[in-house]
Design a protein around this ligand. Structure first.
Ligand code: CA
Length: 496
């Protein structure tokens, strides 16, 4: 896989028109820059309204009278597995649709980086939004994407996939597609057989933004992910038809989930999820996969999916008492373990994952289970307490008094795990019972958080931000400030 290109420092002259202000965000396979068109080295300046080149000294466009002054732009760049020719062919078609932000420029830099350029006036990136979103917002996005994809298909444009990195939040708060990953541009409309290709990525992405209580909407989007709809039009019609059924009161204000690739890794192998198991029980999960491309991210996703599915099936049998729920938990972990193990044997690789999960019963009793070094913490009365114990070599060395907790953080073997899910036939899990109080928060996270942010700083952030979505975003930011060497995932569950 192609390495991430070197950062372009501020002041770099880029393409025909731009000078880099700075790198603003890294994502999986993406870098985002802010830039201006202040290029005194060029004798002329492009009018972005009518594309006329004007003498740099003039203040108004000679063709359309638009005012000419330095403008700011957001530049997205990618470099892997991308059909640059298809994206350029799409740009040349100059299609306009309210569901997408059309770039003013697309160009290739150094023969290996494709840049798309949009005007910038304070827009946000969907990458910075934690789940959940209000159900109305998820449905609105589903309708918009369905409409935009149908329009693109009619115009012969087929996309490779849609991910959060392809979404921008306009200043009116509407979400639009940008930096499209174009798979092919056909002479006529996209052939029928290819019309459901993008919907699996739409279902996969949107499901993540659903609240834990949005079970109907989650199930529907899951079906889209699994290929239930033949085209964006049929998907869009079904969303319209079932609108009332999907709308819930509003997102649960006390929970949040977010994952981020970090600043160094190319791939995000972390995963997270939540599921309403029954009226009394909710399940929250974080998994940190290992095994490289098509290994780690498959293992962590399989783990999250399997544990949610098995726990839901088992909860339908209405196990009574905490011992029975612990058995349920153990069974769900074992099934996740064996599913990954079988998948790994089939593929001939050695994928595995950590797993930390909380089963929340009646909103007041928690069972927290873990394998590996993803952690559960309890935040109570402005203090952070560890709930889980890492199954890692350094944790064992600390336990035995051979090194200090501080030394463990920077120990050369800090990444050696003693237990993981999916690598052996059976797996031992630890389960901790926590009686919760109003105002408590439980944090599940991968080592990309606690490895970069010290516990006292996590505590400080949770004390400062009571809104869990903001707290999650700040925790991810803190991991970046700490170095961002690993993928970072956090789920925050508050007890109302
Ligand atoms: Ca990790």
């Amino acid at each position: 896989m192609a390495d991430r290109p070197a950062h372009l420092p501020p002041g770099t002259l880029l393409g025909e028109h731009y000078v880099v202000e700075g790198l603003v965000r890294l994502a999986e396979g993406r870098m985002f820059y802010l830039a201006t068109d202040a290029r005194p080295d060029r004798p002329t300046r492009k009018c972005w309204e009518c594309e006329t080149e004007n003498d740099r000294a003039v203040r108004e466009c000679i063709s359309c009278n638009a005012p000419l002054s330095d403008r700011r732009f957001l530049l997205a760049t990618r470099w892997m597995h991308e059909r640059f020719d298809a994206t350029l062919a799409w740009f040349d078609k100059k299609l306009e649709h309210p569901g997408m932000l059309r770039p003013v420029d697309v160009f290739i830099h150094n023969e290996r980086q494709l840049f798309t350029v949009v005007p910038y006036s304070g827009e946000g990136l969907m990458l910075d939004e934690a789940a959940p979103l209000a159900s109305t917002r998820v449905i609105d996005l589903a309708q918009r994407l369905a409409g935009t994809l149908a329009f693109l298909h009619n115009n012969g444009v087929q996309l490779a996939r849609i991910k959060p990195a392809n979404l921008i939040i306009a200043r009116d708060n509407s979400v639009r597609l940008f930096d499209l990953e174009v798979e092919a541009v056909h002479d006529g409309p996209v052939p029928e057989a290819h019309r459901n290709a993008e919907l699996n990525s739409v279902g996969h992405m949107l499901r993540r933004y659903c609240d834990v209580e949005d079970t109907e909407l989650q199930t529907f989007l899951r079906a889209a992910w699994e290929g239930a709809f033949s085209s964006p039009a049929t998907f869009g019609r079904e969303v319209d038809k079932r609108y009332e059924q999907f709308v819930n009161g509003g997102p649960t204000p006390t929970i949040a989930g977010m994952t981020d690739v970090g600043l160094v890794r190319q791939l995000n192998e972390d995963n997270w999820g939540w599921r309403k198991l029954s009226d009394r029980a909710r399940l929250y999960v974080v998994a940190d996969g290992m095994g490289g491309h098509d290994g780690g991210e498959v293992a962590s996703e399989l783990a999250v999916e399997t544990i949610c599915r098995i726990a839901e099936e088992q909860e339908k049998l209405q196990p009574a008492g905490l011992d029975a729920l612990e058995e349920l938990f153990d069974h769900a972990f074992q099934t996740a373990n064996n599913t990954i193990k079988e998948h790994a044997e089939e593929k001939g690789n050695d994928m595995g994952t950590t797993l930390v999960s909380m089963l929340l019963l009646e909103g007041k009793t928690a069972l927290v289970a873990n394998v590996g070094d993803s952690r559960g913490y309890l935040f109570r009365d402005r203090e952070l307490h560890p709930v889980t114990r890492d199954h890692s070599l350094v944790a064992k060395m600390v336990e035995r008094g051979r090194i200090t907790a501080e030394e463990a953080r920077t120990h050369p073997h800090s990444n050696i795990l003693l237990r993981t899910v999916g690598t052996e036939r059976d797996v031992d899990i630890d389960i901790f019972r926590v009686d919760l109080q109003t105002g408590d928060r439980v944090i599940l996270c991968s080592d990309g958080l606690w490895g970069e942010v010290e516990d006292r700083d996590i505590q400080e952030i949770l004390s400062t931000y009571s809104d869990p979505r903001i707290a999650s975003r700040e925790l991810v930011k803190a991991a970046h400030h700490g170095g961002g060497k690993d993928n970072v995932t956090v789920v925050v569950v508050g007890i109302p």
